[in-house]
Unconditional design. Structure first.
Length: 218
């Protein structure tokens, strides 16, 4: 089994992300952000930047410069009309920083996608007779979700360095995981998905791995 698995992984090695590889994307599916208010938008959606100390500013600039080459962010020009701005904060954990948008106001005016999150007990039941179980996690989860042009204009963050626009789905947005899950359940109907995690199970996992990697290559 081990040698067969290595052969499959080698055959479909381009389905995996390696250092310096471009960020992947879910093809054929763009996610919109349906608002339940009309333009002109409420002033609460045009928010100022959050105050930040020198350490937080330095970390924020680093994250932005990492996301621009990946095609996740772009700088908004001064000549562009801006209707919605969301402040960002830097969160720290074990001395590591993470950039997070405060999308609470935008989420308040966003219509929910009713696709349900999988029930973990049902997932365990489906896997109970499996001989092999394979778990994989999508790299940078929501950043592989492509946005509609309208959604991009709603996902603009404001910083001490100016305004930036998300070209891919950021973390913290309502429907960020439910919308792509609803799409992928039809494309990858033979696997289980929990948020950004993929679970492949069965008596012969190699068959499903091959099918899964073929889909990823497309």
């Amino acid at each position: 089994m081990r040698h067969e698995l290595i052969d499959v992984l080698y055959t479909y090695n381009n389905a995996f992300a390696f250092d310096n590889d471009p960020l992947g994307a879910i093809k054929g599916h763009e996610v919109d952000i349906p608002l339940n208010i009309d333009r002109p938008y409420a002033s609460v959606l045009r928010r100022p930047a959050c105050p930040a100390g020198p350490r937080a500013k330095e970390a924020l600039e680093k994250h932005i410069q990492e996301l621009i080459p990946l095609g996740v962010l772009r700088k908004v020009a001064h000549s562009e009309e801006v209707e919605v701005t969301t402040p960002v904060i830097i969160a720290w954990h074990n001395d590591k920083s993470r950039m997070a948008g405060d999308f609470g106001a935008l989420n308040t005016y966003t219509d929910p996608d009713r696709y349900p999150i999988p029930i973990i007990q049902e997932t365990f039941t489906q896997m109970s007779k499996a001989k092999y179980i394979t778990s994989m996690d999508a790299l940078d989860g929501t950043h592989q979700i492509v946005l509609t042009p309208k959604a991009k204009k709603l996902l603009r963050i404001i910083t001490h360095r100016g305004i930036y626009e998300y070209l891919r789905m950021p973390f913290g947005i309502k429907n960020a995981t439910s919308s792509p899950q609803n799409y992928l359940k039809d494309v990858l109907s033979f696997i289980l998905m929990i948020l950004s995690y993929v679970l492949i199970h069965g008596l012969c996992t190699l068959k499903y791995l091959q099918e899964y990697f073929k889909k990823l290559q497309k």
